[in-house]
Every structure is written in C-alpha cells, then in structure tokens.
Write a protein that binds this ligand. Sequence first.
Ligand code: UTP
Length: 294
Amino acid sequence: MKVRKAVIVAAGLGTRMLPASKVIPKEILPVVDTPAVQLIVEEAVASGIEDIVVVLSPGRTLVLDHFRPAEDLEEHLLRKGKHEALSALRTSSFAARFHTAHQHQPLGLGHAVLQARERIGNEPFGLFLPDDIVDAPRPCLRQLIEVAERRDAPVIALLRVPRSEVSKYGIVEAKPMGDRLYELTGMVEKPGPEHAPSDLAIIGRYVLTPDVFELLAEGKPGAGGEIQLTDALLGLAKRRKIYGYEFEGVRYDIGDRAGYVMAQVGFGLKRPDVADRLRAYLEQVIAPKSRMGQ
Ligand code: UTP
C-alpha cells in the first residue's frame, strides 16, 4: 500500500477550550506563534502526504483560510525588507493540495471521518486529530506509514500512560511483536483502571484502510449518541490484522487547558528566539518553591 492522502478532523465543538474556542476554532490556536493546524500540515507534508482533506463544520472556514496565500501582506513585508516575517509566512504547508468536507453536526469522531469518504475514495489514508501535537525526531505519521506500508495493514499510534490516567483514553488490548510494534486484539473506550486491558493509549494519529468507511457508515451511535471510531476499528480488527505502534516523540494534548500550556513551554524551550528568556522565567517562578520543599 502507498499512503498519499490524509484527513484532519476539525469539526468538534472544543468545549474544553472555551472561551477561546467560542469564535476561534481551537485548531487555529497557536503553539508559540504557529497555529496548531499548521504544525499538523507540516507533519503531513514531511510524512509524504500530497492531499489533505480537512473536515470542518460549515461556516467555520478560518482553519483553511490560514493556508491561503496572503499576497498583500507578502508584498508589504518584501517592500519593508522584513525577510524573517516573510519566511514565517511562507511555509512548507503549501506543498499539499487541500480539500474540504463538511460535518453538519458534531456527531462524533467516527462521523467526522466518514464525511471524508468521497474525497479519500478507495485508498489508505492518514488520520490526524489536531488536538494531538507530536514533537518527534521523525514525523509521527511517517513512523506509522512505514509500518502500514510494510505490513499492508492499518496502524494506530500508541502512547504508554500512567494507570491512573487510562480512563481518559481509548486503551488497547495488544500482543507485543517487538520494535515498538503490537498486534491489536481489542480496544476499550475510557476504561476504569481496574478494567483496562493495558496501559497503551490510542492517540490522534492513524493510518487507516478505506474499508473502515463501510463500518463507519453501518455504525450506530454509541456512547454519548456519537458515532465512535473505536467501534469501527473493533469491527475492522475482526476482518483483518490491525497494528499499534508506540511512536517515538513527545505528545501534547492541546485540546486540554493544561496540555495547551505545556505545549507552549515544551515548544518554547526548543525555540532559539524564546528559550533563554523562557527558561530564566521558569527558573525564577519554580525554583524558589522547589527549594523550599527540599
Ligand atoms: P474531541 O474529543 O477533542 O472533541 O475531538 P471536541 O468537540 O473537539 O472537544 P471537546 O471535548 O468538546 O473539548 C477530537 C477531534 O475530533 C474532532 C475534533 O475537532 C478534534 O479534532 N471532532 C470531534 C470532529 O471533527 N467532529 C466531532 O463530532 C467530534
């Protein structure tokens, strides 16, 4: 299989990020100075993706507006000799073709993915949940694509989480195959720690095969009246082998307030133009307290 297309689902309500997400889709909120969705598109392009389908709720087009060329602004920056700002404006993001699909009501992640069916057609595809930002030596989706193409099978990104946090995630039942790879035998959505089949959580990167659309289309609303992707993946696992891959990298959940702030710090500390002042500030606010605690 060859993975050339990807879906970014961005039609959720983002209630955990209110009031910021009232007017501005959370996918546009910046990590340091870069909208989250741009980081996602850069990961897609670096993973070899050529076509990106963005699933939006109707009328919320800001997410795509970000990728339209801004000719007047570019001209202005050029005239003023602001080359740094100009190169920040022109990003690798434009190396992909963008397509839109609409989800008219937020009926769940599975339902959002189903809206991309026509645009994806009969091909395997990458799936991004843009809440999950992964800072990795090799793009996270690329890591999954390599496994998927080798095994000719769907692959899901896995993250080992503390037992006390398993109830926030979909948790897999998995058979280790070595080299970070697992064969998936089951999945449970948000289990209590006592019922969790493992401590391996599903995060927002997948490589899926188009047969998942059939299962999503047949899917009945499950927990919370939503069409769940997990239910379709469970169906898929009955038909064919599905793998999980414990990706290399650091993941931030920016759909969550604390995770959002952590991403600012994590990415800020890696930015030469920000790191020194940020580190000095963090030391100033944290060190006196931790010394007192010693
Ligand atoms: P979340 O579970 O974070 O839901 O969705 P949400 O609505 O965005 O946010 P909260 O929980 O209310 O704060 C994970 C991803 O799936 C997309 C979201 O946009 C997000 O990228 N999604 C979710 C949809 O596109 N449509 C849906 O109906 C649900």
